[in-house]
Design a protein around this ligand. Structure first.
Ligand SMILES: *[C@@H]1O[C@H](CO)[C@@H](O)[C@H](O)[C@H]1NC(C)=O
Ligand SMILES: *[C@@H]1O[C@H](CO)[C@@H](O)[C@H](O)[C@H]1NC(C)=O
Ligand SMILES: *[C@@H]1O[C@H](CO)[C@@H](O)[C@H](O)[C@H]1NC(C)=O
Length: 428
């Protein structure tokens, strides 16, 4: 797997290199084309009333509309123009013609994770900058549809307009739940869903509070994709608790799943007070969760096992490796670990908005931490640190009566555990 990742990495490097070579070969032809363009543009703008054009050709607006799809190289434009002559200066002239200044560009840009330093690292050669700037100038003059650009290994395709392929559009609003439990799970993993339905997922009225349960799925890929989908439709008919969206379901896409979850909650579940995202291999003590939430803040509230000073892992072998170019800072802002975290519903819209300004890192919980920092809202610690357990707590009925959530050992029979717990807990 890692070898494959490394090979892929190498391949993409080669591609970039080849592209650069190609660019160089094209440079002289580009120059000619470019000069003709500039000439045409100057004539055109001199003969036309600029003001009439502003609306249609306003590059700022165009960027705002397209900024999610394209990574713009002009944050460091000022510097680049100072150090290069020739085409670069012309590119700057071109910018002026289009009524476009660098300052305007930077303010119009979404505030992504330290883009400037990333670009500084990437821009090693003046030639590269020049070509980018020419391309950029062309973009401004002829805003053509942006070709697909892969976000790479460490970022995911978000924001993006995904669609629900299986949905429960009414169920949450009608039930007016106090808390809605959202469980990300792979489409194929019906066994996990059935265990949850038979255990803590079956608790739908606790301490007079309505609890709802939904599973979050992406699309199955591979040869049996169609078959899996038909089984899912059947399962959805039986249980009415599946939410599926049309992104590829895989570990690297968990951030997409989380963001799609927030979108769903925002549109289809706004009547709920709280949502909890919870992993499928866990034990959840629903009454304790409700008790905690009955005393929790109603807005700007995100809680769980909050990690402080979590290191950004730089070992390429790590499951959570993030290169410096993607995130230059060495520690993550405080974030609630992904095994189970709670949100007040007002945060869904705020986090979706924040996600338009923060590059979508593939590590979903850390990513929400980055979005929370963007919002200036720190996550809240639970009243008791023992409530949330990322390492499996050894099972004992009384021990489990004091926690909210723990991961479980894969060897343990969770249905047995649940039945045993329910029978024993009254004697604690
Ligand atoms: C961005 O990176 C630069 C250089 O690495 C650093 O000095 C700066 O503090 C960073 N900014 C943020 C917002 O992290
Ligand atoms: C940088 O650009 C110059 C031409 O200006 C070229 O000769 C050189 O090979 C380039 N270096 C790299 C690393 O691309
Ligand atoms: C994640 O989902 C997107 C959208 O469906 C897809 O293009 C991409 O290939 C997926 N990522 C992986 C690693 O499969």
């Amino acid at each position: 797997m890692l070898e494959r990742v490394a090979a892929k990495d190498r391949r993409s490097q080669e591609m970039v290199y080849n592209e650069q070579l190609g660019n160089k070969r094209w440079l002289s032809r580009r120059h000619c084309f470019f000069f003709i363009l500039v000439l045409a543009a100057v004539l055109f703008f001199n003969c036309t009333n600029k003001k009439d054009m502003v609306l249609e050709w306003n590059p700022k607006q165009w960027i705002q509309n397209h900024s999610t799809n394209l990574f713009f190289p002009f944050v460091k434009q000022n510097v680049a123009i100072n150090i290069t002559d020739g085409p670069a200066a012309k590119a700057s002239a071109l910018s002026d013609i289009a009524g476009f200044t660098t300052e305007a560009a930077s303010t119009a840009l979404p505030q992504t994770l330290n883009i400037s330093s990333t670009r500084e690292l990437m821009i090693k050669n003046k030639t590269t900058v020049t070509i980018e700037m020419i391309q950029q100038g062309l973009h401004q003059l002829f805003p053509t549809p942006v070709p697909y650009v892969s976000p790479g290994l460490y970022l995911v395709e978000y924001p993006h307009e995904y669609h629900f392929t299986i949905n429960e559009p009414q169920k949450c609003e009608q039930g007016k739940p106090f808390v809605v439990l959202m469980v990300p799970v792979a489409p194929r993993n019906r066994a996990h869903r059935d265990i949850i339905r038979r255990t803590w997922g079956s608790e739908n009225l606790v301490l007079d509070q309505v609890v709802k349960l939904f599973f979050l799925l992406g699309m199955q890929t591979g040869e049996d994709a169609q078959q899996v989908h038909e089984q899912l439709l059947q399962e959805s008919k039986e249980h009415q608790d599946l939410i599926q969206s049309d992104f590829v379901d895989c570990y690297k896409n968990l951030t997409i799943k989380t963001m799609v979850m927030l979108e769903w909650l925002n549109v289809h579940c706004s009547a709920a007070s709280y949502a909890m995202k919870i992993d499928s291999d866990t034990f959840l003590n629903v009454p304790n969760l409700i008790k905690m939430l009955l005393h929790a803040p109603k807005t700007n509230y995100m809680s769980g096992l909050v990690a402080y000073g979590g290191a950004v892992l730089r070992d390429p072998q790590s499951k959570w490796y993030v290169p410096y170019e993607i995130l230059p800072e060495s520690v993550y802002p405080p974030y609630a670990l992904g095994l189970g975290y709670i949100l007040s519903l007002d945060l869904t819209a705020k986090l979706i908005e924040a996600s338009r300004h923060v590059k979508a890192l593939y590590i979903e919980d850390a990513y929400l931490g980055l979005c929370m920092r963007h919002l200036g809202i720190p996550p809240t610690n639970p009243p008791d640190y023992a409530y949330f357990n990322v390492f499996p707590v050894a099972y004992s009925p009384c021990g489990y009566s004091k926690i909210i959530v723990t991961t479980t050992d894969s060897s343990i029979d969770r249905v047995w555990l649940w039945t045993n717990y329910k029978r024993q807990v009254e004697y604690c």
